[in-house]
Design a protein around this ligand. Sequence first.
Ligand SMILES: [Zn+2]
Length: 69
Amino acid sequence: MEYQCTCQVVEVEYGETEIVYCPLHKSAPELYEALKEVLNDANNGSFTSLAGSVQKLGEQALAKAEGGK
Ligand SMILES: [Zn+2]
């Protein structure tokens, strides 16, 4: 399945542009933070909580990526 990126560069004023991100790319920083937290847990050896945090953070990040909010 290919993701259709709809990011756009729009001109807001003469010579001034702004990027309007598509839902997936808008949520990229959160996906990144979620991944960091999960890997941090893994590196700390807290494997008992790892599955739980993967699920929780993953679900939140995906909901955001797919919901576009
Ligand atoms: Zn995009």
